[in-house]
Design a protein around this ligand. Structure first.
Ligand code: SAH
Length: 252
């Protein structure tokens, strides 16, 4: 069996129990060494073969999987955060599918939720935003023109930007145009849940300088939106006058 596992954002305790169990059983682990903590490997059993995919290309990764599978081995492919977001897993799963090799995917804690936890904020506040946009700016990988940052920001929704802090100036310029104001709160969270985590708060007006002063050029989430700093209405869910499926509301 081949199992794709989300390792979580950094702290090795943020993997799921199911993911940890898969690691403990694996005969082969292929881990994304650039952002997966090597501490996860302490849970590998003795004699487990370990590969760092940061040093491999796609065909090499697939060869290890396919050969391991043919030899009847348990294989774990360990990805950072959740594998379905910028994980490049489709291109691994499709060839396996074609070869008729079975695999499973175990989700993980993505860095965008780890970043929200680090700053102790909720993306979805009543009357502020009920939508979270996950996106990135163009790097070596392109982004479809219909998803350009300015047009996404025009929704005024909560946003989490992956893979973008290296282009912070360009990012902020587009966000100001899209949101239509420069006082929108921003939090940049560098290496959320790692020991060297850093949190930088500001607005679209001043965040660029602050991020540059801290010399942050990678491994960060850029969280943007009024959810970071605003007044909001209380939820209906816990409103004492509100009746739900589980609870009778108090009569006024
Ligand atoms: N699948 C991963 C994302 C991989 S893309 C996930 O679900 O989180 C890599 C990008 O994710 C980085 O450039 C950075 O923007 C973000 N990232 C990953 N780990 C992070 C962390 N611990 N703190 C902040 N951002 C992180």
């Amino acid at each position: 069996m081949i199992t794709f596992v989300g390792a979580g954002p950094g702290d090795p305790d943020l993997i799921t129990i199911k993911g940890r169990k898969a690691l403990e059983k694996a005969d082969i682990i292929i881990y994304a060494g650039s952002l997966v903590s090597p501490e996860h490997l302490a849970h590998a059993k003795e004699g487990c073969e370990i590969y760092n995919s940061a040093k491999m290309h796609l065909d090499e990764v697939l060869d290890v999987m396919v050969e391991g599978h043919r030899a009847g081995k348990e294989i774990v492919r360990l990805h950072t955060g959740d594998p379905s977001i910028y994980g490049a897993i489709q291109e691994q799963m499709d060839p396996l599918e074609k070869l008729g090799i079975e695999f499973e995917v175990i989700p993980g804690v993505s860095s965008f939720v780890a970043a929200a936890a680090a700053i102790k904020k909720e993306f979805t506040l009543p009357n502020v935003s009920q939508t979270v946009i996950l996106t990135r700016v163009k790097g070596r990988t392109g982004v479809p023109e219909s998803e350009n940052l300015e047009s996404l920001a025009a929704h005024g929704a909560s946003m989490a930007l992956f893979l973008s802090v290296g282009h912070i100036e360009k990012v902020i310029e587009s966000l100001i145009k899209g949101y239509g104001r420069d006082d929108v709160p921003v939090a940049v969270v560098y290496r959320a849940t790692w020991k060297d985590e850093k949190k930088i708060f500001g607005t679209l007006k001043d965040i660029c300088q602050k991020v540059q002063d801290e010399n942050i050029i990678k491994q960060a989430q850029i969280l943007v939106g009024d959810f970071i700093d605003t007044d909001y209405e209380l939820s209906k869910l816990y409103d004492k006058y509100f009746t739900t499926e589980y609870r009778e509301g108090i009569k006024r």
